[in-house]
Design a binder for this molecule. Sequence first.
Ligand code: SAH
Length: 284
Amino acid sequence: MTSENFSTVGEQVGEFYDQLVGAFDASLYGPNIHVGFWDGHEDTTGLEDAADRLTDMMIERLRVGSGDRVLDIGCGVGGPAIRLAEATGAEVVGVSVSRKQVEKANELAAAAGVGDKAVFQHGDAMRLPFEDASFDAVWMLESVMQMPDRSAALAEAARVLRPGGRLALTDNYERDRISEERRPVIESILKRYLTQSPASFEAYPAMLREAGLRCTEILDVSESTTRQSVRRLGEALAKNMTELAAKIDPEVFAKLKPAEGENLEMPELGYLITTALRTGPTEA
Ligand code: SAH
């Protein structure tokens, strides 16, 4: 794919989230656009708290503090970046291809009293508007799967990271082989949410290495995240459908709504967490 195609994908994703930004006032995940984390089926934690719990697990992994500068690539409406700034005192810059998300995120940061610590701007992950080695840490929470080329997006993240700096991300991966029969079903669901094909868990460390990053941890958290989230979100959505529909353009809502009787659970897809360190010029 050429860089021109990259920006077309970015623009489409930006428009998609621009149309959805109103819905976040009614969002069941609070200011988060990522799955929650539950300790098994008996854990009754609500969607928003479970989503915050996943953010907290990523905050722990990033190991930043006051004086550090963090880049949040694919920042959504800013919930995770604001939480990171509050918890650690680090300075966070968030980028999204959706201008409306950026606006909303800056509003939420100001309302939380961290408008000086968490700052959001429009930017495309495939061509970040930052100098080489200008961040101490980078995270990508549930965003890399919407980018047109994972390897290129990771290389771009590595470029802006200082040597020794840490990257933490979450992503989808193909956990069970997708059968020929199921492939079109899964592809049509992913396409509706502008999500690219899932990654391979086994290939992730090598993909990071080629991007200039040394993988220090990779965890399959599917059982605690996606396996739980889709079902719980479905139940909550069924209750809140009218409120949610009122916040979104009806045409957009019709496009996004699952088809009658469609099952959004995709057991073939897993969810992973990984952390990596930017390798220095002498370390390959
Ligand atoms: N990280 C946030 C949002 C996840 S939703 C959270 O956890 O709450 C995915 C986000 O990635 C959206 O904000 C979307 O605009 C952003 N995104 C997707 N492709 C992008 C790209 N090419 N460049 C920048 N942001 C992108």
